[in-house]
Design a protein around this ligand. Structure first.
Ligand code: FES
Length: 103
């Protein structure tokens, strides 16, 4: 398991979405919801398009492309006309003021 530095916790305020690409395959989205940080794949499992420009309301993120609604705390689909595979979720840890994702 690799531990990846995302950024300073103080630079990711409540409700903010940040994203990072690691290598050629990992595209990860990190959010702060009320001081708790969560990370999921940034690629929507509908058509593989990027989610980070979507709208975050509470713990629900709406895909900007076709409107799939995701729970970013679990990676599970909340609402969409068809069944979609869950987003991969990643463990997040905070050390001092630094946010890390394990993946
Ligand atoms: S790519 Fe996200 S709903 Fe289609």
């Amino acid at each position: 398991m690799t531990k990846l530095f995302v950024g300073k916790a103080s630079d990711i305020p409540h409700g903010k979405i940040v994203h990072m690409t690691i290598g050629k395959k990992k595209d990860i989205l990190v959010v702060n919801i009320g001081g708790n940080y969560h990370a999921v794949s940034n690629l929507c499992s509908h058509e593989g398009l990027r989610l980070h420009e979507g709208r975050l309301t509470g713990k629900e993120l709406v895909c900007p492309w076709h409107g799939a609604k995701w729970d970013v705390t679990t990676g599970k689909l909340v609402l969409f006309p068809e069944k979609l595979k869950s987003l991969r979720s990643f463990k997040v840890s905070i050390e001092n003021d630094s946010v890390y994702v394990e993946g």
